[in-house]
Design a protein around this ligand. Structure first.
Ligand SMILES: [Zn+2]
Length: 307
């Protein structure tokens, strides 16, 4: 039977192509990058099933780069041979086995643990890949005339990496995705201060074109730089709102229930409880460190001190 699934939109920038992900690259899909030079390289193979399967069978394929361990960036990695796969060195354990994924996410709730193991195996075809190769900040890949440099940009996850093509001045931002939702730091291993430092570093890259893994996906230079600043501002807006709510004491559990981050109830509830708890918790730690809130018997409360 013929497939009715649409072919992904492809935008070519010389040897570099942007494949728009299924459903506009919305989770559980993401946009995928290709380098078609003397060899074929694929970055974050999650755009669309049939396309990824075809790419995996291309005899010119030599490398598959994964920006970070999140499942929506490796939805169709299962089609690709392990010998070509490269991942961030600082989260290689999340590729070696499920235990590594669960540890970085910080999942302890047994219901969530069972749900997540099943989801990763059935929907994302997770399997242990102890043999993958690793890259670090500054690693450079050469695919014919096309070169790509790894920029280690931790925060979203410990190993999150962006890819910069210096000759073309194209910067792939992965999950620094410039969506209006803003940055995501909902794993236990996510780090808000590291993320802020990464965003600052990315603002200094002389890119003429920004590509992301979700949402709009393609941003010319000025629009990309502005979107990066707005994206960072979301962190400060969230923090200001949290501080406002702490004019009276509130416990973490109450704040989690208020859905300050997601703004609406989403299912499964235990997943979004976990993410809200992680993200609000990271803001609380920052505010405590800055002396803007303190912990009392009744919960966290603003001290009235400004930053
Ligand atoms: Zn991610």
């Amino acid at each position: 039977m013929a497939t009715t699934q649409e072919q992904p939109e492809v935008l070519a920038f010389g040897a570099i192509s942007f494949l728009r992900g299924h459903r506009q690259g919305k989770y559980p899909y993401c946009h995928t990058l290709l380098v078609r030079d003397e060899v074929l390289a694929v970055i974050d193979p999650s755009a669309e099933k049939a396309t990824c399967r075809r790419l995996a069978r291309d005899p010119r394929l030599k490398a598959v780069l994964i920006s970070h361990f999140h499942e929506d960036h490796q939805k169709y990695l299962t089609f690709f041979p392990d010998e070509y796969i490269w991942v961030p060195a600082s989260e290689v354990e999340a590729f070696a086995g499920l235990g590594g994924v669960l540890a970085l996410m910080g999942i302890k709730d047994p219901e969530y643990l069972a749900y997540w193991q099943k989801t990763l195996q059935e929907e994302f075809h997770f399997r242990n890949r102890p043999q993958v190769k690793t890259f670090v900040d500054g690693t450079e890949f050469t695919f014919g005339r096309t070169r790509v440099q790894v920029l280690h940009t931790p925060g979203h996850t410990p190993g999150h990496s962006c890819f910069y093509f210096p000759r073309e001045s194209i910067l792939y931002l992965a999950d620094i995705d410039l969506t209006p939702f803003g940055p995501w730091y909902g794993d236990e291993a996510s780090d808000l201060d590291a993320l802020l430092a990464s965003l600052q570093r990315l603002e200094e890259v002389p890119a003429r074109l920004y590509l992301t893994a979700h949402g709009q996906g393609v941003f010319p230079a000025a629009a990309g730089r502005q979107a990066l600043r707005q994206f960072r501002q979301v962190i400060f807006d969230r923090e200001a709102e949290l501080l406002h709510r702490l004019q009276r004491p509130r416990r973490l559990q109450e704040l989690v229930g208020q859905r300050l981050i997601y703004r609406k109830p989403l299912e499964p509830k235990f997943v979004y409880d976990h993410i809200e708890r992680q993200m609000i918790g990271k803001h609380l730690q920052r505010l405590l460190k800055a002396g803007q809130i303190r912990e009392t018997e009744e919960g966290y409360v603003a001290t009235g001190r400004s930053h």
